[in-house]
Design a protein around this ligand. Structure first.
Ligand code: XMP
Length: 519
């Protein structure tokens, strides 16, 4: 089997900065492939695959030799290297400069002044040779290496931009990847195209053709199964494999009874009827409801749903003969956050539900065509694959579905009320053109009844909680600021139309300290 040639890239060596993913996204936005690798994991880097290297920021100190596992060989590479924040200090130290801890942290916006011309800063400064950059550091470079030039400084850090153009080594103390740094993209663009001389090789169209080919190569003539949820990621995976291996793809869609209103109809209609994908529809509403009866503990709910899902999926998958592969919508951030890529581990807050347990049990090999993509790239790819905007722009929806938006016991009556409330809320967001400005929004049903008055009658009904957040990746989030008029309108619509709710509240907590879902 012919191995597809590897894409040339800008490689980012991660030292644990919270902005590392952002650097990769920015490079990709410029149309050039970019990947992240941990400084602890630098064994097999092939120079020929690199346009250039970027050393990220991070919480370490350049003199913590035991903690920094960076293979110094990279400094012998012929390709250009850009150090950002901690990376800037690493370059300075490696080539013989000095780095010192300072008592004053430089944090937030800083005025930077140009002292020399550099290709890196072409069009970066204004007419007065100034710019605003975003800083986040305590240590700083106090002496630059021999043969390096100072390009710019701020009040608190003398060597804010340095370079050795002959060696093609550059360092910036600030973060060009964050939007607070004005014209940060121009600086990165200069590095990528003018210094690394990178060629554009990353677009949705390019990815589409590449991924279709790659999946075909991997799957060959075997069969592949895919758990379709109706969400963006699994929809894009299914359509990509549909284009790649056609009838060798079998999708299984389990209706847990905990989906959004009419979701099962939409999934069957889109994938079975419109896209002609071979789809097995399993209605397991009753089974899920019976297994969840009287269960209140959030983790128990999640475990029951996850296990049941796998059991059902397995049962139907076994009926399909000669299956060798399981397709999953794993994304790049999932890989970066897992130990295997960065060497860091995130603590478990909630046990997320997916079909991860299956491949081992069923001896299936994984097909993960989206494993190098960020969410926004998956959305663009979906459009390129001609999936409808309605599917592509859908807010994320958790595997355990409405079960974790209904603290306490799960009953048929509560599910019915919640589906309606969510439907009204989402419809109003769409009507007011707010849906696409919000990362995720939903209604939840609290397990508390309160007294109300409707007409002249006393009511004693549930509280509906609305949550709407802005976020870039779901890791952190802020609540969306609605107008009073909008809130009043939604609240009226929900209470007037849904029997069982007499009070609506809005969740104004961010993440952290709260999580996005209630359970
Ligand atoms: P939390 O509540 O952890 O949610 O702040 C972060 C994002 O993850 C989604 N979520 C899940 N997605 N399976 C999923 O596929 C799950 O079990 C799950 N739990 C939470 C949540 O909707 C939000 O977008």
């Amino acid at each position: 089997m012919k191995r597809p040639t590897k894409l040339k890239k800008i490689l980012i060596i991660d030292f644990g900065s919270q902005f590392t993913q952002l650097i990769a996204r920015r490079i990709r936005e410029l149309g050039v492939f970019s990947e992240i690798v941990s400084h602890k994991n630098l064994k097999n880097i092939d120079q020929n695959e690199l346009f250039g290297l970027i050393l990220s920021g991070g919480p370490l100190n350049v003199y913590q030799n035991k903690k920094i596992k960076l293979n110094k060989n990279i400094f012998t590479f012929d390709c250009p290297i850009l150090g950002i924040c901690f990376g800037h200090q690493m370059i300075s130290k490696f080539y013989g400069g000095h780095v010192k801890s300072s008592k004053t942290r430089e944090f937030g916006l800083a005025k930077i002044k140009k002292t020399k011309n550099s290709i890196l800063t072409n069009n970066f400064f204004d007419k007065k040779n100034l710019n605003n950059v975003w800083m986040s550091h305590a240590d700083h470079v106090t002496k630059i290496p021999k043969n390096f030039k100072k390009i710019a400084s701020t009040k608190d850090s003398k060597y804010t931009i340095i370079e050795n153009s002959k060696l093609k080594r550059f360092g910036v103390q600030f973060h060009p990847e964050v939007t607070h740094t004005m014209k940060g993209m121009i600086l990165l663009k200069n590095f990528v195209f003018k210094i690394c001389k990178a060629k554009k090789n990353w677009s949705s169209k390019h990815q589409k053709n590449n991924l279709i080919k790659k999946a075909k190569n991997q799957i060959g003539k075997d069969k592949v199964i895919c758990a379709l949820s109706g969400g963006v990621d699994s929809s894009v995976v299914a359509q990509l494999l549909n284009k790649s291996v056609g009838k060798q793809l079998k999708c299984i869609f389990v209706n847990t009874g905990l989906l959004r209103k009419n979701e099962e109809k939409q999934v069957v209609n889109t994938f079975k009827k419109k896209l002609k994908i071979d789809l097995i529809y399993v209605n397991a509403e009753k089974l899920f409801l019976s297994k969840l009866r009287n269960v209140e503990d959030p983790e128990k709910k999640r475990k029951i749903i996850g296990n049941l899902f796998i059991k059902i999926f397995e049962k139907y998958a076994k009926k399909i003969k000669n299956v060798k592969f399981l397709a999953q919508g794993t994304l790049y951030p999932d890989l970066i956050e897992s130990k295997s890529v960065t060497g860091s581990q995130t603590s478990k807050i909630k046990s997320h539900h997916n079909v991860g347990g299956l491949p081992k049990k069923m001896k299936l090999k994984l097909v993960e065509p989206l494993r190098l993509l960020f969410k926004d790239e998956v959305r663009k790819l979906g459009l390129e694959l001609k999936l409808s905007k309605q599917i592509i722009s859908r807010h994320p929806f958790p595997g355990p579905g409405l079960a974790i938006r209904m603290p306490g016991q799960i009953t048929k009556e509560k599910i019915k009320i919640l589906k309606e409330a969510d439907h009204y809320f989402i419809n109003e967001l769409k009507k007011e053109n707010l849906y696409n400005k919000i990362w995720q929004a939903y209604a939840a049903l609290l397990p508390v009844k309160t007294v109300g008055v409707m007409g002249d009658n006393r009511t004693y009904d549930y509280i509906c909680l609305l949550r709407a957040i802005t976020s870039s990746d779901g890791m952190t989030a802020d609540y969306f600021d609605f107008s009073k008029k909008f809130m009043q309108n939604v609240s009226n619509k929900i209470i007037n139309n849904i029997k069982g709710i007499n009070r609506v509240v809005y969740d104004v907590t961010s993440k952290p300290p709260s999580t996005i879902e209630l359970e």
